[in-house]
Design a protein around this ligand. Sequence first.
Ligand code: HH2
Length: 278
Amino acid sequence: MSLAASAPPAPVRVMGVLNMTPDSFSDGGSLGSVEAGLARALALVRAGADILDVGGESTRPGATPVPADEEIVRVVPLIRAIRAESGAPISVDTMKPEVARAAVAAGATIWNDVAALRWPGALEAAAELGCDVVLMHMQGEPGTMQREPRYDDVVADVADFLAARAEAAMAAGVARERIWLDPGVGFGKHMIRHNLPLLAGLPRIVGLGFPVLLGVSRKSFIGALDEQAPPDARLGGSIAAALAGAAAGVAAVRVHDVRETVQALRVWQAIVQAGYQV
Ligand code: HH2
C-alpha cells in the first residue's frame, strides 16, 4: 500500500542521560567528576544523541532530596564544559527554579522539569528564561510517589494534568512553541497497572498537540515484565518501549543507551519511510 499522499513522521530525537548523582537508580555514581561527565557527554554526541540531559538530583523512589546549591555545583560546571566543546542542545533535569536559572546561564537551553513547573517561582522563572520546558506528569513526590498511586483512568488523568500544566505555563508567559509534554512513566504509577495502559494510550497524549518526550529507559516496569532483570540488563525492553513510543508519535526519547537506541530508531524509521514511497 502506498501512503505517498501524506508525509512520513519526523525522526524521533534522542536525549542522552548524564546523571551527576551518586544515587540514580540506573547509573548512579558512574560520573564522579566534570572530566568524566564531559567525556561521557562527548561520547553520547558521537553515538548520535541530539540532546544531552544533565541532572544533579535523583528522582528515584525514596531518593534523598539535594539542596539547590549542591545541585548547582553538580550540574553547572559540566554544562559549561560541554558548552565549550560541543554545540549539542543541553537540558537540565531539575525541579528547582534557581538550578534552572544557573543552568541556563551556563548554556542549557531546555528545562526538563519532572514537577511540571509546580515549585514556587517555577512558572515565572520559565517565562523569564524563555527556554524550552518539558512538563512531566508525576503523582505525589519522588520520596513517596510509589507508595499507593491511584487513578480513575490513568491516560485521561495524565492527559488532563498535562493540558492544565501547559495552560498554566502559557498563562504565565511561556510561549506555546517552547512547551514539551512527558507522561512520566514510573513517576507515581504502578509498575504494570498504570505504566502499561499509559504507554498504550500515548496517542492521546501526543494528540494534545505538543511535542512529547518519553522516558522509559531501564525503568522498573521492564524488570517486572522480565524476571526482575536489574537496570543494566533492561536494554531490550528499553528499546521495545522506545519503539512503541515512536509508533505513537513521540518527538523524543530520553535514554541511557544512546547508540543502541539510535540504531533501533533508524531501522524503524527506514521501514516506516519505505511505506511512503510510491
Ligand atoms: N526519568 C528520570 C529522570 N528524569 N525526565 C523526564 N522528562 N522523563 C523521565 O521519564 C525521566 C526524567 C528517571 O531516570 P534516571 O535519570 O535514570 O534516574 P534518577 O532519577 O534516579 O536519576
